[in-house]
Design a protein around this ligand. Structure first.
Ligand code: UD1
Ligand code: PEP
Length: 438
């Protein structure tokens, strides 16, 4: 099993590019099931979740070819199987996004209940209520959702749950509604850029969707959708992770090929902390953190356009290195705090109180052997390792590989001392000495 070994303390400097967005690419790939003819997707990130979904789509009849530079062509070759098996679905949350398209196009879907990151309770009741409202018969049988419908009908549905709107729930219902008879209105729709990207993609295939990016989405059903060509939006979570890598190492780092508009809350937060943030056009940001003194602060992770829950762990790593007391509340996934204990192993001082973590900044983190528990927790541990004194070994990086394209290569290009190696070659915990600030 691979691990990442990081020797911390190098301020990152230079230029690095954001990849295409995982969370936009996955529902878009799933929605290719709705179309006749071939779709060409550009800027698809090369990461494990994309490979997993590719396998799943192949199993249910898609013909998929990879071309150079992240170009993927997807065409439905046959429709005899509409069953997404546990072995693949358990590996990632977004596999549930095939449910709506299969139901709308083939009238039947059997999809294992999804896996994904262990970041707390992750029901799919809003997906199922939405699809039922469109006329589907749905039951849970032996760990799978079994859904059928001869013809979906437009309806008014809500995506409002106890912790906000569901992102993949909105994607599922919106894509199913494209082929429903009549008009569907989704109230309390998720407003994330990935939902907007999916709506734009579906419209490019011939759907009639309005209002994506607001809390009300209206979809007029059409008879059929046709393949198209579409470019995946930049990954705002990866971009934020890279910017925090620049800041936490007190470096000077430019991230380009990102979408500035999608990162406003994160950039404002970095500025509030005291990081010098310079933007250039709509697609590049430089963080300069060498000589600044930073301020602790209170952050709440909330739905878009606020600070994303998917950046919460990475921010926590950064705040751990800033003197004074900060706090982070996660209002989307109130239990998403497994990384606290691992950051504390590196000398951080973090205490969890319900959906809030209180962080007392320390002068220095120390290298340690740590274990990744989920995708963004892995990223947080890598960031902590980049600034820690001595050597950090991050284990279980298969979580990281699910959602980051070539992260260690990108970090190495801007100066990080980071390498992937076999766990067996990295057995001895590093010798470090812990020094806390009072
Ligand atoms: C593949 C993908 O795009 N994953 C993202 C997506 O996950 P995902 O779409 O799974 O997350 P949701 O937006 O559905 O979840 C948001 C909140 O709603 C709750 N909920 C969700 C569905 C439901 O049917 N009932 C319900 O109560 C969840 O438990 C959570 O508290 O959005 C999350 C929130 O921005 C991100 O962290 C994930 O990276
Ligand atoms: C939580 C995430 O992914 P998933 O929803 O696939 O578990 C994520 O991308 O941070």
């Amino acid at each position: 099993m691979d691990v990442l070994r990081i020797r911390g303390g190098v301020p990152l400097s230079g230029v690095v590019s954001a990849s295409g967005s995982k969370n936009a690419a996955l529902p878009i790939m799933a929605s290719c099931l709705l179309a006749h003819g071939r779709t060409q997707l550009e800027r698809v990130p090369d990461l494990v979740d994309v490979h997993t979904l590719r396998q799943l789509l192949t199993d249910i009849g898609c013909h998929i070819e990879s071309h150079q530079d992240g170009v993927l062509s997807i065409e439905v070759a046959e429709e005899s199987s509409s069953e997404a098996e546990y072995e693949l679905v358990r590996k990632m949350r977004a596999s549930v996004c095939v449910l709506g398209p299969l139901l709308a196009k083939r009238g039947f879907a059997r999809v294992s209940l999804p896996g994904g990151c262990q970041i707390g309770h992750r029901p799919i009741d809003l997906h199922l209520q939405g699809l039922s409202a469109l006329g589907a018969d749905i039951e849970i049988r032996n760990g799978s959702v079994v859904a059928s419908a001869t013809q979906l009908r437009g309806a008014r549905v809500t995506m409002s749950g106890a912790f906000g709107s569901s992102v993949t729930g909105t994607c599922n219902v919106m894509s199913a509604a494209t082929l429903a008879r009549g008009t569907t209105v989704i109230d309390a729709a998720a407003q994330e850029p990935e939902v907007v990207a999916l709506a734009e993609f579906l419209n490019a295939m011939g759907a009639k969707i309005e209002g994506a990016g607001t809390e009300t989405i209206e979809i007029q059903g059409v008879e059929a959708l046709e393949g198209t060509t579409f470019t995946i939006i930049p990954d705002r979570i990866e971009a934020a992770t890279l910017l925090i890598a620049g800041a936490i190492t007190r470096g000077s780092l430019t991230v380009n090929e990102l979408c500035l508009a999608h990162l406003e809350a994160v950039l404002e937060l970095l500025s509030d902390i005291g990081v010098c943030v310079e933007t250039s056009g709509n697609d590049a940001v430089r963080v300069e953190a060498g000589k600044n003194s930073f301020r602790p602060l209170r952050v709440s992770a909330v739905p878009y356009p606020g600070v994303p829950t998917d950046v919460q762990a990475q921010l926590m790593a950064f705040l751990s290195t800033i003197r004074g007391q900060s706090s982070i509340r996660d209002q989307v996934f109130p239990d998403r705090f497994i990384h606290c204990a691992e950051l504390n192993r590196m000398g951080a001082s973090i205490q969890q109180f319900g959906n809030r973590a209180v962080i007392r900044g320390v002068d220095r983190l120390q290298g340690a052997h740590v274990m990744a528990s989920d995708l963004r927790a892995s990223a947080a541990l890598v960031l902590a390792g980049l600034v820690a004194q001595g050597e950090t070994v991050v284990r279980r990086i298969y979580h990281l590989d699910r959602g980051y394209e070539a992260l260690e290569r990108k970090l190495r290009c801007v100066g990080a001392d980071i390498e992937r190696m076999d766990a067996a070659d990295c057995l001895n915990p590093p010798q470090t000495e812990l020094r806390y600030t009072a």
